[in-house]
Design a binder for this molecule. Structure first.
Ligand code: AMP
Length: 403
């Protein structure tokens, strides 16, 4: 059997993984995917093999429960060894949230790179330390095997200064207070898919990644020029539990006048806001679409309204668009959100085909004659990481060379 790569996405209490066949052609072929969730609390392991869609689930009790990322990874490796005894792991790719101002593309991890990534932890304190824990655990489990960091920020590093800065003194920009943008691996994957379909489509495009986390990105000549997320993944659109754009003075008010601590404000804006906080019902768009309650409708109205504002703004950045792409769990699945977002945009040359929009699996949902093509695409950040990992590892080792 040929070389394989593992992709890892380590969060605060979870590790998601996927196993890819490196000889899968243009895109590496996923062999299995799964995760350990609830690490340190009530862990559960779930995996799915691509070949037969066979799912395995396991919960733990007592001493066998993984207490940290390293132990969770041991469980993943144990299952991989058992299920695919002949597979050789040639490299490991990590999803890393922050590459700071430095990394514009994936990088093979060495001690110097690791020091950089640790230095970026204050920029993403809720995510980066967990990504680093995943790297440390994988380094121990697979000594000597190349590890590659793939960043959520890297794709956005092409954006010009005016879309990269805030209106505060330049010294802060130089210290790293920038509009980094996130979901970069998703935008890169979609841009690649779009380019392959029609090279003209990426000359001016807006991609909407609408999932539990939500953001939008303007693309010009295949490169990112502006994004709704900025210094952190909190900015821009309202999300499942995150507030999106908010006047910074609201934070002063909550702290100075309402006596909230910084931790309480952080918890409010990251975990108790967005669709969940506004509706008081759920962070899940399916629940809100099914609800008749006014706060559920208001939460969807606000979500859609903010997307429409940003769409107008990003189309102004690119000077019009050839294409608009919906992706992410909501973007790819919610007929209602897509229809409402694009309703009344005919003045910008965007006309949706309601029938196509209602059909599952339809990739083009714009009407014939619409000046702008509107696409619905499934994103695949894991495949993007796997592809980068193979390329970065190939540069630095003799492995992955086809016979
Ligand atoms: P993601 O984070 O990309 O996995 O997306 C998760 C979001 O997609 C959740 O808010 C889900 O409610 C939403 N979603 C998934 N399927 C549908 C659907 N059929 N209709 C509306 N929203 C959906």
């Amino acid at each position: 059997m040929g070389d394989h790569v593992i992709t890892l996405n380590a969060g605060s209490s979870s590790i998601k993984f996927a196993l890819f066949d490196a000889d899968g052609g243009e895109w590496p072929k996923m062999v299995a995917t799964g995760q350990v969730e609830g690490i340190g609390v009530s862990p559960e392991f779930e995996v799915k093999r691509s070949v037969d869609k066979q799912k395995t689930k396991r919960s733990f009790s007592g001493d066998d429960a993984p207490k940290n990322h390293a132990e969770a990874l041991e469980i993943i490796i144990g299952w991989l060894n058992e299920s695919f005894p002949n597979v050789h792991i040639g490299a490991i790719g990590h999803r890393v949230v922050h590459g700071g101002p430095v990394y514009t593309e994936p990088v093979r991890i060495d001690p110097g790179v690791l020091a950089h990534l640790e230095a970026f932890s204050p920029l993403a304190p809720l995510h980066q330390p967990h990504n680093l824990a995943g790297i440390a655990a994988a380094g121990k489990a697979f000594p000597g095997i190349p590890q590659v960091a793939c960043f959520d920020t890297a794709f956005h590093r092409t954006q010009p200064f005016v879309n990269d800065t805030f209106g505060i003194p330049l010294e802060f920009y130089e210290q790293g207070v920038r509009r980094y943008g996130f979901h970069g691996l998703s935008y890169e994957y979609i841009t690649e898919r779009l380019r392959k379909r029609d090279p003209q489509a990426v000359s001016r495009a807006v991609v909407l990644h609408l999932g539990n986390g939500a953001s939008m990105c303007a693309i010009k000549d295949g490169q990112a020029v502006s994004s709704t997320m900025s210094f952190s993944p909190l900015d821009g659109l309202p999300m499942g539990t995150r507030c999106g754009q908010i006047d910074a003075a609201v934070l002063f008010y909550l702290i100075q006048q309402k006596g909230m601590s910084v931790e309480q404000v952080s918890d409010l804006l990251y975990k108790k806001s967005g669709l969940k906080g506004m509706s008081g019902i759920s962070s899940d768009m399916r629940d809100l679409e099914a609800s008749e309650k006014l706060p559920a409708r208001q939460a969807i109205d606000y979500f859609v309204t903010r997307i429409r504002r940003e769409l107008g703004a990003l189309m102004a950045v690119t000077g019009g668009v050839e294409s608009i792409v919906f992706t992410g769990g909501i973007g790819a699945n919610s007929q209602l959100v897509r229809e409402r977002v694009l309703d009344g945009f005919a003045w910008a040359g965007i006309v949706i085909d309601s029938g196509a929009n209602a059909r599952r699996g339809e990739e083009v949902i714009s009407a014939i004659g619409s000046a702008v093509r509107v696409y619905v695409m499934q994103t695949d950040e894991e495949a993007m990481i796997a592809r980068h990992t193979i390329a970065a590892a190939r540069l630095s080792t003799s492995r992955f060379q086809k016979a």
